[in-house]
Design a protein around this ligand. Structure first.
Ligand code: SF4
Length: 384
């Protein structure tokens, strides 16, 4: 039986006024990842963006920077899966994105196209969306051929069919999602790639009718605040109930810090959003998520010209992602019980496990109503 049906009476674990108080405190230092090792492949070595990445890595205190003689990333394999995981998660690789990864893909329901500034993420979420979708050790590969990575924004402007032409989102122009395979803000202090993308789009280098979007669990937004973003980038913060965020999202900024960052970017005119994910019907979920939404309301209170969207994604897993996650986090308490889930098949025959229909229906209705009541100025883009 899903936890949803077991405990509807749990008390809230925090309240919105606590966040208001924290939001007015002097800002704490942002959560910044410092890799232990940086590897640079030979094809990436001579590129100008690589020089910028290495300058930033040195400034961040990285002392182990190795220039490789080829294109293969070596030295990641440990004695055990856990050891390989730990080494990979401590390593940033500077590589050239191969041609196969330079071709944008449609990415429903988020955006017309996906563009990858990097692949991999330094955080340690026990439900990580990347588990099972990126093969091999979970190293963070950042792309040094930035001009080539961003070039499809020009070639694909006006060609979208996911959000382009829709009544709800057509005004966004052709949309490009930057966070499918990475958390671009979590590595921005080491790359500068995100700032480049935001500034180029904001200045209109690709025309007036394109926009960027990305989601993050980090809070290091200081370098983004003064960029000429032109309101053409939507920054979404991934948020969750404390029972999920505090328990399963290792290596990320804490929730109050994410909400303070949300306020900061919204105050400088960015369009903003909430990625409420992965939603889990933990005991007392209604009260926990209600408190979370109240904290968001406190964080955006008084922000002029606020443009706030919400995307809500329930927890799901596949046989492949479960396998990988159990290797990475063998003692996880994350519920991945096929028996209590409903099996769904994709059009390509893949299997994923989602919550049962009645649970989904109840949660969807609850979130739709609660969002309208607590954040009446927000727009729900999708629930899945
Ligand atoms: Fe995975 Fe996203 Fe967490 Fe990074 S922030 S570990 S990509 S779920």
């Amino acid at each position: 039986m899903p936890a949803l049906l077991l405990d509807r009476q749990a008390t809230p674990t925090s309240d919105a006024s606590a966040l208001s108080a924290r939001a007015s405190d002097p800002p704490a230092a942002p959560k910044l990842w410092t890799p232990k090792h940086v590897l640079v492949t030979a094809p990436a070595a001579g590129l100008p963006h690589t020089a910028e990445i290495l300058r930033r890595c040195e400034a961040a205190g990285v002392t182990d920077i190795r220039m490789l003689s080829g294109n293969r990333l070596t030295g990641l394999k440990g004695e055990t899966e856990r050891e390989t995981y730990a080494r990979a998660k401590a390593t940033l690789a500077v590589v050239v994105a191969p041609p196969s990864q330079l071709s944008p893909q449609p990415i429903p329901p988020s955006a017309d196209w996906r563009i990858d500034l990097a692949r991999g993420c330094p955080a340690h979420c026990q439900y990580c969306y990347l588990a099972g979708s990126l093969g091999g050790p979970p190293i963070t590969r950042v792309y040094a051929n930035l001009d080539q990575v961003l070039a499809p924004i020009a070639t694909h402007a006006g060609l979208g069919h996911i959000t382009s032409g829709t009544e709800a989102r057509g005004h966004e122009g052709t949309t490009f999602e930057l966070s499918c395979y990475t958390d671009p803000l979590g590595i921005e202090h080491l790359t500068g790639s995100l700032s480049q993308a935001i500034s180029r789009v904001g200045r209109g280098e690709y025309g007036d009718d394109v926009s960027l979007r990305f989601t993050t669990k980090f809070d290091g937004v200081d370098d983004l605040l003064a960029l000429p973003h032109g309101r053409r980038t939507r920054i979404r913060f991934s948020i969750n109930a404390p029972e999920v965020a505090d328990r399963f999202e290792g290596g990320t900024a804490r929730m109050p810090a994410r909400l303070a960052a949300l306020r900061a970017v919204a105050q400088t005119g960015y369009r903003v959003g909430l990625t409420i994910a992965p939603v889990m019907p933990v005991p007392g979920w209604q009260q926990s998520y209600r408190t979370m939404l109240q904290q968001v309301a406190a964080a955006v209170d008084g922000v002029a010209d606020l443009d706030l969207t919400a995307e809500i994604i329930t927890h799901r897993f596949t046989p492949g992602s479960k396998d990988v996650l159990l290797q990475w986090y063998p003692r996880t308490k994350l519920e991945m019980d096929e028996e209590s889930r409903t099996q769904k098949r994709s059009k390509f025959g893949g299997v994923k496990y989602v919550y049962p229909r009645e649970t989904m229906t109840e949660m969807r209705q609850w979130f739709t109503d609660e969002l309208a009541a607590t954040l009446p100025g927000s727009r729900l883009l999708y629930w899945t």
